[in-house]
Design a protein around this ligand. Structure first.
Ligand code: ZN
Length: 226
C-alpha cells in the first residue's frame, strides 16, 4: 500500500532526526547561484487540506482573462487549442514564454487530441527558438501549484552561458537584472513567426492600445507562477 503523507512525513522526519539531511553538495555545483553555507529549514508536516489554487474552475483566472482581453498584449501566438503568452514580469533570459491551452484546463483535463498537439508544439517551439535565437535548447517546466490553468514554462539561456544550465535556471532568472520587455517581445515574436511555419496557428499582434503604452508601464499584476 502506498505511504500516506503522514507516514511519509513521520519516516522522513525520523531519518532526519537520526542522521540529518543528506549532503547534497549543491554549493559545489557550477550552476548554484549563491555562495555561503546552506542550512536546510525544518521539514513542515503535511497539511490536512491543500490550499485552493487561483483560477479554480476558470473563475478569476488570469490566463483566461489576459488571453481574452482585446486590449491586452499577453499573447504572441495561438491555434485552435493552444496559445503562447509572454511573462507579465520582465525576464533576464533571452527567451521565456508560457504554453497554455486556450480553454481553461489543467494537465489532467487534456483530451488525447489536445495532448498530442501539446507534444507537437513542445518540439516545434524548441526548433523555432533554436533557429532564430542564439540559445542551445529550451527548458520545460510545469509546477501548477499556484494556478489551475495549465502553463508550461519554456525558458532558454544564452548559448555558452554554462552557469545557467540545469535546475537553477529559474532562480538565475529571478536574480539577474531584467531585460527590456519590448526587446523580449520582439525576440519572442521571431520565435512565433518560425513556429507558424513549423506548426501552423496564427500570430497575435499587440493591440494598438497596448503598443501605445510606454515601455515603462508597470506590468500587469500577477503572473502564472508555480
Ligand atoms: Zn483559465
Amino acid at each position: 500500500m502506498p505511504e500516506t503523507p503522514q507516514r511519509w512525513y513521520a519516516r522522513v522526519s525520523a531519518a532526519i532526526g537520526a542522521n540529518g539531511y543528506r549532503h547534497a553538495d549543491l554549493t559545489q555545483w557550477r550552476s548554484w547561484p549563491w555562495t555561503g553555507t546552506l542550512t536546510p529549514k525544518p521539514l513542515d508536516p503535511p497539511v490536512d487540506e491543500e490550499p485552493q489554487r487561483s483560477g479554480v474552475g476558470g473563475a478569476d483566472c488570469m490566463q483566461c482573462a489576459s488571453s481574452q482581453d482585446p486590449d491586452g498584449d499577453y499573447l504572441i501566438w495561438r491555434d485552435e487549442t493552444w496559445m503562447l503568452g509572454m511573462p507579465f514580469e520582465p525576464s533576464s533570459l533571452p527567451f521565456k514564454v508560457f504554453l497554455m491551452p486556450r480553454r481553461h484546463a489543467d494537465l489532467a483535463d487534456l483530451t488525447p487530441v489536445e495532448a498530442a498537439r501539446q507534444g507537437e508544439l513542445l518540439v516545434a517551439i524548441e526548433q523555432a527558438a533554436c533557429a532564430v535565437l542564439d540559445v542551445p535548447r529550451i527548458q520545460v517546466a510545469r509546477w501548477g501549484d499556484g494556478t489551475e490553468h495549465l502553463h508550461w514554462w519554456l525558458y532558454a539561456r544564452p548559448t555558452g552561458q554554462l552557469q545557467l544550465r540545469g535546475t537553477f535556471l529559474s532562480h538565475w532568472d529571478d536574480l539577474l537584472p531584467a531585460g527590456d520587455p519590448v526587446t523580449a517581445r520582439a525576440d519572442s515574436e521571431l520565435v512565433a513567426a518560425r513556429l507558424l511555419q513549423l506548426a501552423g496557428g496564427e500570430l497575435v499582434q499587440r493591440s494598438r492600445s497596448a503598443a501605445d503604452r510606454p515601455a515603462a508601464d508597470p506590468p500587469a499584476p500577477g503572473q502564472p507562477t508555480a
